[in-house]
Design a protein around this ligand. Structure first.
Ligand code: TRP
Length: 347
């Protein structure tokens, strides 16, 4: 069986370093591993509209931003099909048929939907489109017969729901769809990088994100005001690593060969941590090191982003070509689906 990847992001803002360590970096590695036959990376604008119906301009503006983020991190349109969800209208058709296989109570039990409803304060006024987006996500995945969906752990309930839909479809009609597996980030720090304020999640509304496209000066300021250990007041005080954002970021970004260049008094991250917990190591020094570590990773990405941003029409054309290709693939699956459902009257 072919190994196929599908994943994507809602274009509601520029991508941040949480996206980067949580998924983007991994996607690029998977892309370059040569182990996958096909890779689809989707800008989920239709899904973004399920809770931004009144703000299409925000979604529109972020299509090219997200594409720039993708390509500057190393997603290569020669190897991965980058496309826009709404162009592939077959996805909405699949969603409509799959919705017959899902109950309202099952959707209500989806933990991600539950917490997002709370987060957005929808309470009793939940848009139907938002409530049913797990079904549309199952369409996204199955339209490409994806075997592998690289995502963060918050997306696990979506993959589970997609698997149920596949089983239900295949047993009700015919073996057409492929059950996908989620592929999670490798380390805990990467799984859910906290905001710079130490809060559990990076979110635009909390203003605690470091964006891939932030200027070095912004990044320096954000790191310098990062949450550490509030009881680590004087340099001599022993410091805590638990919940210390600076160290969580170092866990996600640092590799030991960076010490020789930026902090030669230490050989590895463990030595730095030991000194911090013992006492005698100030936050500012660790923060300056984190800045160097982060810029080491982000500088080439930012340089590439600036280059690519000079020609937005070319970026849009790449997405257009990718979308045309994605549409063909989805149309093939849709015709198999209709055949299995015996509604292919005129074929
Ligand atoms: N829900 C994902 C997000 O919030 C975006 C997405 C839409 C997606 N369809 C998908 C991810 C299919 C993986 C597979 O970013």
């Amino acid at each position: 069986m072919k190994k196929i990847i599908l994943t994507g992001d809602r274009p509601t803002g520029r991508l941040h370093v949480g996206h980067y360590v949580g998924s983007l970096k991994r996607r690029v590695e998977l892309q370059n591993s040569g182990q996958y036959d096909e890779i689809y990376i989707m800008i989920a604008d239709a899904q973004a509209l399920t809770d931004n119906a009144d703000n299409p301009e925000k979604v529109r503006k972020n299509i090219s931003e997200v594409a720039l983020d993708y390509m500057s991190c190393g997603l290569n349109p020669e190897k991965s099909t980058l496309f826009v969800q709404s162009y592939v209208s077959e996805l909405t058709e699949l969603t409509f048929y799959y919705s017959n296989l899902v109950t309202v109570s099952r959707l209500k039990r989806n933990p991600t939907v539950k917490s997002e409803i709370q987060l957005r304060g929808f309470q009793s006024s939940i848009p139907v489109g938002f409530f049913t987006y797990p079904i549309s996500q199952a369409a996204d995945i199955t339209a490409f017969k994806a075997t592998t969906v690289p995502v963060g752990d918050d997306q696990l309930p979506m993959i589970e729901q997609a698997r149920e839909i596949v089983r239900s479809f295949n047993s009700t009609y015919d073996e057409v769809l492929v059950e996908p597996d989620a592929l999670l980030p490798e380390s805990k720090a990467c799984m859910r990088l906290p905001g710079t304020d130490g809060k559990a999640k990076m979110s635009k509304s909390l203003g605690n994100c470091i964006y891939l496209s932030d200027t070095p000066e912004d990044i320096r300021k954000k790191i310098m005001s990062m949450y550490t250990d509030p009881e680590h007041i004087r340099i001599e005080d022993p410091g805590k690593l638990e919940g210390n954002t600076v160290f969580t970021y170092l866990d996600a970004f640092c590799h030991d060969d960076l010490f020789a260049e930026y902090l030669p008094e230490y050989n590895c991250l463990q030595e730095l941590k030991d000194h911090y917990t013992r006492g005698g190591l100030g936050d500012v020094k660790v923060k300056k090191f984190l800045y160097s570590v982060l810029m080491e990773e982000l500088s080439p990405i930012q340089a590439k982003r600036q280059e690519l941003a000079k020609d937005i029409p070319a970026i849009m054309e790449t997405l257009h070509q990718g979308s045309i290709k994605a549409k063909e693939v989805a149309a093939q699956t849709l015709s198999e689906v209709k055949h299995a459902m015996r509604i292919d009257y005129f074929d």
